[in-house]
Design a protein. Structure first.
Ligand SMILES: Nc1ncnc2c1ncn2[C@@H]1O[C@H](COP(=O)(O)OP(=O)(O)O)[C@@H](O)[C@H]1O
Ligand SMILES: [Mg+2]
Length: 144
């Protein structure tokens, strides 16, 4: 289990000992974001490998909270596709893409990916909101 503390500026996640693998995976992607200066991954503020804590910048609110309807959510698909494609080009699949795991900065309207528990080099179909499927559909209609 993860316990997440949200302040105005920071989001601090503490992992239980049994979630060591999840901690390592999430830390990997925040470090990757830092190394490659990926604008769509919240900035890593600090981490503690002994305490299993990761602290990142609070970059806004979830798309799920931000949008009033499913229709409004759909208007963000092109922007989601952009960051999703950039991430897959680096060789990674988020694998838990859902509107709760996409954060929007309400001022800049920039989108961010969070929650890298299932992120890996292999694609796993865990997407129950069908975002990835909708992105793929968009790809097909575009190339026609
Ligand atoms: N960088 C961030 N900026 C703003 N809110 C965040 C950020 N990271 C996490 N959150 C908030 O914390 C919630 C839980 O974080 P998440 O890593 O998705 O944990 P869980 O595995 O419990 O879903 C998110 O749904 C979001 O509301
Ligand atoms: Mg989540």
């Amino acid at each position: 289990m993860k316990s997440v503390k949200i302040s105005k500026t920071h989001v601090t996640t503490k992992y239980e000992a049994e979630d060591f693998e999840v901690f390592k995976n999430e830390l990997f992607f925040y470090l990757l974001g830092k190394q490659k200066r990926l604008s769509f991954i919240p900035k890593l503020v600090s981490y503690d490998c002994s305490k299993l804590v990761i602290c990142v910048e609070n970059v806004g609110t979830t798309l799920e909270e931000y949008c009033n309807s499913g229709e409004e959510l759909k208007t963000f698909l092109p922007k989601i596709k952009k960051i999703y494609d950039r991430f897959t080009k680096l060789g990674y699949y988020h694998n838990d893409l859902r509107y709760k795991n996409i954060i929007i900065n309400p001022d800049t309207k920039c989108l961010y990916l969070i929650d890298f528990e299932f992120t890996s080099q292999e694609y796993k179909d865990l997407d129950d909101e069908n975002i990835v499927k909708n992105l793929k559909k968009k790809k097909r209609t575009k190339s026609k």
